[in-house]
Design a protein around this ligand. Structure first.
Ligand code: HEC
Ligand code: HEC
Length: 253
């Protein structure tokens, strides 16, 4: 038996639905909330049943905190409406920044304080509170001009088979969306619900934390939170999600 056939055989044994999915037609992108159980979807919409709101409230007080507060320059946090829908975006100096990265820039360059750090409570809280101001708004990232090379890099990452399972992202999130895998319903793998409160984590977490879980799931290398690879991938995910509503802060099992 050829190596190729052996690999295929192993894959079929490990994940029978993947083989079926390879034959499936072109992917249709649906809002992530459509894939949630009715219970989770209901709680995602209900602040009194959504633990992520503790982070939102913390982020709102963080917004007003300190001498040179975010508020002192930006005014009410309501001024952040629509901002999350435009990130990741390329900054004037050519760096690709996601919302977390943009906040960290203001933290260091404009507030003159030490960076919060990726996955810190303060950064997750501010990100959640700011993203909430775009809830329901359609994703509208820029993908042309300076963003184009990053988009291509992200697309390559998305389309490359990875890890011991030798699977590309789309083999699950395009070809097998709607199917069950280890108790989850596979969604289209959009970033629109992040940061999200995941019951399994028992806390709020960033999109990059979730991406690390998918990398681990296919036994591929887990990249650092905020790494250039995950940033480019985040931009590509946002381009796939264009027109889909922001759901952050999401609620996940
Ligand atoms: C000293 C004034 C100042 C402070 C303090 C400040 N910012 Fe900013 N912020 C700016 C300016 C100016 C810009 C626009 C910069 C640019 O576009 O390059 C900006 C941009 C942003 C953006 C991107 C907005 C967009 O439309 O793309 C976000 C998000 C943001 N700030 C969040 C924060 C947060 C959160 C804090 C507090 C931790 C903060 N800022 C503190 C001045 C400030
Ligand atoms: C073996 C199948 C599989 C592969 C391959 C895979 N994922 Fe996932 N992914 C899942 C499952 C299962 C979940 C949890 C259910 C869901 O939300 O889709 C998930 C969740 C996600 C989510 C969170 C969705 C949400 O709203 O909570 C994102 C984003 C994501 N994946 C992106 C990726 C990317 C990017 C890749 C490629 C690097 C990838 N995934 C590879 C199975 C996979």
């Amino acid at each position: 038996m050829s190596a190729g056939r052996r690999t295929k055989r192993a894959l079929v044994l490990a994940l029978p639905w993947v083989a079926v999915g390879l034959l499936a037609g072109a992917a249709e992108i649906r809002p992530t909330r459509d894939y949630l159980s009715p219970e989770l979807r209901g709680a995602q919409d209900d602040p009194s049943r959504h633990p992520g709101w503790l982070w939102v409230e913390e982020g709102e007080s963080q917004w007003r905190a300190g001498g040179r507060s975010c508020q002192s320059c930006h005014g009410d946090i309501g001024s952040m409406a629509g901002v999350a829908a435009r990130y990741p975006a390329v900054a004037a100096d050519g760096a690709l920044l996601n919302l977390e990265g943009r906040i960290e820039r203001c933290r260091t360059a404009n507030q003159g304080e030490a960076a919060f750090g990726y996955e810190s409570e303060a950064l997750l809280s501010l990100t959640a509170a700011i993203a909430l101001r775009s809830r329901g708004m359609p994703v509208a990232v820029a993908t042309e001009g300076p963003a184009a090379p990053f988009l291509e890099e992200g697309r390559r990452f998305y389309e490359t088979r990875q890890g011991q399972l030798n699977l590309a992202c789309g083999q699950c999130h395009d070809d097998n969306a709607g199917r069950h895998l280890r108790g989850d319903v596979i969604s289209n793998g959009l970033g629109t619900g992040y940061p999200a409160y995941r019951l399994d984590w028992n806390t709020l977490g960033s999109l990059h934390r979730r991406l690390r879980a998918c990398s681990l799931g296919v036994r591929a290398e887990q990249l650092a939170l905020g790494s250039p690879e995950y940033l480019a991938l985040e931009l590509f995910l946002a381009s796939r999600a264009r027109g889909q509503p922001i759901e952050a802060p999401g609620l996940r099992r």
